[in-house]
Design a protein around this ligand. Sequence first.
Ligand SMILES: C[S@@+](CC[C@H](N)C(=O)[O-])C[C@H]1O[C@@H](n2cnc3c(N)ncnc32)[C@H](O)[C@@H]1O
Length: 245
Amino acid sequence: MEYKYAKEQQDYSDYASGKVFYSISGHPAFPVRLASEIFQRCMAHRQAIYQTTSPCVLYDPCCGAAYHLSVLAFLHRQLIQTVIASDVDEKAVSLAEKNLSLLNRTGLESRIDEIKSMLEQYGKDSHKEALKSATTLKTKLSGDLLTTKTFQANVLDKADLLKKLSPHSVDFVFTDVPYGQHSDWHGSDVANPLWSMLDSLLEVLSPSSIVAVVSDKGQKAMHEGYQRIEQFQVGKRRIIILQPI
Ligand SMILES: C[S@@+](CC[C@H](N)C(=O)[O-])C[C@H]1O[C@@H](n2cnc3c(N)ncnc32)[C@H](O)[C@@H]1O
């Protein structure tokens, strides 16, 4: 896959998972450059299809620690109005909430205080580095408050999702669904979880929406309510970009 937008490999070390952003132990972090590339491709599709550049409501229904959402909100703040994160797992949701809190000044300042107190207590180089990165991230925060929302929901259960999210309220779904040895689909024994997820999402998508699904090759993000705009492969990850029809 050729990078069209995130053309150069930048230094993303301030965004490293487990440094300032909280991580789920044993879960590999989503690559920042790839997240930025997918985001920008989707924004370009949204503009071309719907002629809109208005800041989007970004949602991940399988958010884990909401790591890629949080990083995207730093990198592309001007294109995002609201960040919504949900997961079936209660622990993931509470970590996602902590990461999304870092997108606003108060949350980042309390993370800085937390890192400072770890540095005082343990004096580790990793804490020094984390403090440096957190201070750099603070300079990148804009003055405007970013709206964030987190909740627990099974995305395979449409009724459950609709209890938490208003119909037609989401402009851009960017989700890294369960695959591989690190996470499994939970909460249902449906035959095709990706179809069921896409089916639930149809209810919450706005009239100018785009959906990006990252999965392994073994799963097919197909549903009769969507048209495929683009598909590409990066390592073991398959990325499919869809437009509801
Ligand atoms: C690959 S991980 C996401 C990692 C995330 N992108 C990150 O950066 O931290 C997939 C997530 O899907 C969640 N999940 C599994 N089944 C689900 C379901 N039925 N509804 C919602 N989330 C689900 C898992 O709990 C896990 O957190």
